[in-house]
Design a protein around this ligand. Structure first.
Ligand code: ZN
Ligand code: ZN
Length: 242
């Protein structure tokens, strides 16, 4: 068994709120300075940069990347969906993108949405839809749509802005694979409302955050089954961020 150092919540230059320096080059620079082993790419409402970032990171750092997306539901709840397969993440991402409510937006004010090519170069600026928008699907619907694939579905930062509990008040009767919390206090609070399976992410929007380890997973290898098993058996070990 190896104890893998992980951070499963990171944005790229595609997310309008992420810094323009969240390039593949900076991912490599900062990730290779860190001791991370296993991460995920989770842009807002799109998975269009996942394939290229995954390929470049895995080839240049030896770090394993889980394809992911952070969906915003119609209730404005952020939900992380982790996929076993990149092509399924892309298919799901397209469905989410098409469902976004806000089509055009002020790029200068709200941030650019940038696609990168196979070598990590900027290839296109996406001006529609606005990826910071809500999808027209509910939390319930997003969960059932995501579960048609091999996925782990995890509400993000549940007690923060756009968190499940912040937005809905009471926890819905949905069997999530885990919930994301940001502190020990939040974890205790989540346990009191019935949650027992957790994940811990840095929600990186700036390159400096890419160095942070947010949790450990003990497994014999970094495959999706082991990731899911660790969530389901409550074996993800937190590293609390200052
Ligand atoms: Zn979020
Ligand atoms: Zn995020």
């Amino acid at each position: 068994m190896t104890e893998f150092r992980c951070n499963f919540h990171n944005h790229t230059v595609l997310s309008p709120c992420a810094d323009l320096t969240m390039t593949t080059e900076n991912y490599i620079n900062f990730l290779t300075k860190s001791s991370l082993d296993w991460i995920s790419i989770t842009d807002h409402n799109s998975s269009a940069n996942v394939r290229n970032y995954k390929k470049i990171i895995e080839e240049n750092s030896g770090i394993k990347v889980i394809p992911g997306i952070e969906v915003q539901s119609i209730e404005e709840v952020h939900i992380l969906v982790y996929f076993e397969h990149t092509h399924e993440c892309e298919e799901f991402g397209k469905i989410i993108e098409e469902s976004l409510i806000i089509k055009s937006y002020n790029q200068e004010k709200l941030g650019y949405q940038i696609l990168t090519d196979e070598s990590g170069e900027f290839s296109e600026i996406i001006d529609s839809p606005y990826l910071g928008s809500s999808s027209s699907y509910s939390v319930d619907k997003i969960f059932s749509m995501a579960k048609k694939y091999s996925t782990a579905v995890v509400p993000a930062h549940i007690f923060r802005a756009n968190g499940l509990i912040t937005q809905l008040g009471i926890p819905p009767k949905i069997n999530f694979d885990a919930v994301e919390v940001k502190s020990e206090k939040e974890m205790e609070k989540a346990k009191k409302i019935g949650y027992s399976k957790f994940i811990f992410g840095c929600d990186s929007h700036f390159p400096q955050q890419l160095e942070n380890i947010s949790c450990y997973i003990e497994a014999d290898s970094r495959n999706f089954q082991n990731f899911q098993n660790s969530l389901n058996s409550e074996k993800v070990i937190p590293v609390w961020q200052p």
